[in-house]
Design a protein around this ligand. Structure first.
Ligand SMILES: Cc1ncc(COP(=O)(O)O)c(C=O)c1O
Length: 415
């Protein structure tokens, strides 16, 4: 008998357990990349060290927030930037973001059409909650960064994946996208460069997607959090290509500026036809309800926007070597193939031989248990389009990648 059972009658305890159930909506809020960590913790409890290639956090490896940005944060705190910021963001933050978007992405954004958020993650919640009525749909890439699906379902909306073609460097399949549009579709999500596939979309494909959005009166949601992390081709931002289709951009400081723990990001609206006033007001209402994003961090991000950007080149050249190594090693392993990523820091290899596992999740968990390497199962990024894949980051130094892929290779050869 537990201590609690000693004090409460079993019938009472059963009744209380029945009453204290979470709301059903939380069942819809599942994000694979965080869930697998729980399995890794169990392994770690047994004293074994796990090589974690599951999370897109550069600062867990040999990358750090640039000194001028860290200094700006210390100065902000010392200059009493510790008050509540306006709900939509500090004016100087919004102006700096507008300058950055002009410089980096060649888009003119009115600072009044920018909202500071605590991570793009909060931005996703704002956008989805201001946009969707129950039963309404958002087109998301298949596979996709899973919080877009999780939060859409959480808000009683329906994420509809459109196919991205692995054979064609994971470019979106325009015909499939068109077929998935219904009278309930409200928006089309583009993540470029893409997580989990590492795809970088070509200009022609981007234009076609924007045109389709225009044809069917859809709002374009454009996640550009990896905008400067590209390896070969020049990237084109969605808003810079859109003349008359409204674009809600989501971007932030977690990846390019190497400050994921700061949780700083922004939403902007690029709306030449001026159609989105009410939805923008809806986003502002949600922003006001949560008071504000962190004030000193907003102030420090002004330095990130306006300061030197040469650290980005250093980061990208380091990552390019790790990307090359990752693609080569994965393609050498029998039973696995991997499309070369062109942006971000993820590879999304295909598992052709699950080695007796029934699903990609079981495959990934077996590798974790037997070889202590943590990847994320592909179906966690979309049941259909992520199936029989896994996602790895290529953020760690080559020695760690080498050890991880050696262990993966041993696993594949051992059965
Ligand atoms: C495509 C994409 N959007 C958003 C996020 C989350 O960003 P933030 O740290 O700003 O919440 C990530 C994190 O991995 C991501 O890959």
């Amino acid at each position: 008998m537990t201590e609690l059972e000693y004090f409460l009658k079993p019938a009472k305890l059963t009744e209380l357990k029945r009453i204290f159930k979470p709301a059903k909506r939380v069942n819809n809020c599942v994000v694979a990349l965080r869930e697998v960590v729980l399995h890794a913790r169990e392994i770690e409890k047994t004293g074994k060290e796990v090589l974690k290639l599951n999370i897109g956090d550069p600062n867990k490896f040999d990358f750090d927030t640039p000194p001028h940005i860290r200094k700006a944060l210390r100065e902000a705190v010392e200059s009493r930037y510790n008050f509540y910021a306006p709900a939509e963001g500090l004016p100087e933050f919004k102006e700096a973001v507008a300058r950055r978007e002009k410089k980096v992405n060649n888009v003119e954004i009115d600072p009044e059409k920018i909202v500071a958020t605590s991570g793009v993650s909060e931005g996703i919640i704002f956008v989805v909650s201001a946009l969707l009525n129950p039963g309404e749909e958002i087109l998301v890439p298949g596979p996709t960064y899973s919080p877009y699906e999780a939060f859409t379902r959480y808000m009683d909306g329906i994420p509809i994946p459109y196919s991205c073609d692995e054979e064609n460097a994971w470019q979106p399949e325009i015909d499939d996208l068109r077929k998935k549009i219904t009278e309930k579709t409200k928006a089309l999500l583009i993540i470029n460069p893409n997580n989990p596939t590492g795809a970088l979309y070509d200009k022609k494909t981007m234009k076609k997607m924007i045109d389709i959005a225009g044809e069917y009166n859809l709002l374009v949601l454009s996640d550009e959090i990896y905008d400067l992390i590209v390896y070969e081709e020049q990237r084109t931002s969605t808003a810079s290509l859109s003349k008359d289709v409204p674009v809600l951009g989501l971007n932030g400081f977690s990846k390019v500026y190497l400050a994921p723990g700061w949780r700083m990001a922004y939403i902007y609206l690029h709306d030449p036809p001026d159609l989105m006033g009410e939805i923008w007001e809806g986003i502002l209402k949600v922003a006001r309800a949560r008071l504000s994003a962190c004030t000193p961090l907003q102030k420090a991000c002004v330095a990130a926007c306006d300061g030197p950007h040469d650290f980005v080149q250093e980061m990208v050249s380091k990552l390019r070597k790790r990307r090359d190594y990752t693609t080569k090693r994965l393609n050498e392993i029998e039973g696995i193939s991997c499309v070369e990523p062109r942006g971000a820091f993820y590879a999304f290899p295909h598992i052709h031989d699950l080695k007796g596992a029934k699903t990609d999740k079981e495959f990934v968990l077996k590798i974790l248990k037997e070889k202590q390497v943590l990847f994320v199962h592909g179906s966690g990024f979309g049941k259909k389009y992520g199936k029989n894949h896994f996602r790895t980051v290529f953020l760690p130094p080559i020695e760690i990648l080498e050890e991880a892929f050696n262990r993966l290779e041993e696993f594949m050869q051992s059965r």
